[in-house]
Ligand binder design. Structure first.
Ligand code: 5GP
Length: 191
């Protein structure tokens, strides 16, 4: 395989909610089908377009807390009153096989992983920015599934998260999907 390494990398991609990261990752994975996508566990309810086991593993809060106690998560965070966490076994198994794993997690999750694993694992971090605040708001409104107060909350949180972009190895502005995917691929695979 062209990009085979002895160990895979943990690719952490953060973007504010509504930043367009899900579509971007989906498009990129079509180019790189060998990359594994970590499917997070969450206590949030699925949006109408979402399916259990595809976008997330949707689990009850009690199950999440039990898994957290058992050390199931590589990292976990509380975002907008819900819990989100990444499976440790899933990531470690892929990395050991030499496969890259992509994680779409928030800034808190990135910081936790960097603190605990940056010396042990190869990690690359990417922050995806919406082109403007206006576009971000439009994207959140277009989703229509979140309530007005939920959208306002996400917008405030997004502004805060964007301040952390300088902590990442690469910042990509998602003005145009095709171009953003190309930049992501070039950053990860072209030396
Ligand atoms: P949403 O509810 O819009 O899908 O996601 C809300 C936020 O939670 C996003 O910033 C997303 O990246 C983050 N998130 C999703 N899964 C995880 C996870 O496993 N860990 C952490 N720390 N954040 C996550």
């Amino acid at each position: 395989m062209e990009h085979f390494r002895e160990k895979g990398r943990l690719i952490i991609l953060s973007a504010p909610s509504g930043g367009g990261k899900t579509t971007m990752i989906e498009k990129w994975l079509q180019l790189r089908p060998e990359v594994k996508r970590s499917i997070s566990y969450t206590t949030r309810s699925p949006r109408p377009s979402e399916q259990n086991g595809i976008e997330y593993h949707f689990i009850p809060r009690a199950d999440f807390l039990r898994k957290r106690r058992q050390g199931f998560f590589l990292e976990w965070a509380r975002v907008f009153d819900y819990f989100y966490g990444t499976s440790k076994t899933f990531c470690f198994q892929a990395i050991e096989k030499g496969l890259d794993v992509i994680l779409a997690i928030d800034v808190q999750g990135m910081r936790k992983i960097m603190r605990r694993f940056s010396r042990r694992l190869p990690i690359v971090t990417i922050f995806v920015m919406p082109p403007s605040e206006r576009v971000l708001k439009e994207r959140l409104l277009k989703r229509k599934t979140d309530s007005k107060s939920e959208i306002e909350k996400r917008l405030r949180f997004a502004k805060d998260e964007m301040k952390a972009r300088h902590e990442y190895n690469c910042v990509i502005i998602n003005r145009n999907l095709k171009e953003a995917v190309r930049r992501l691929d070039r950053f990860l695979y072209v030396k």
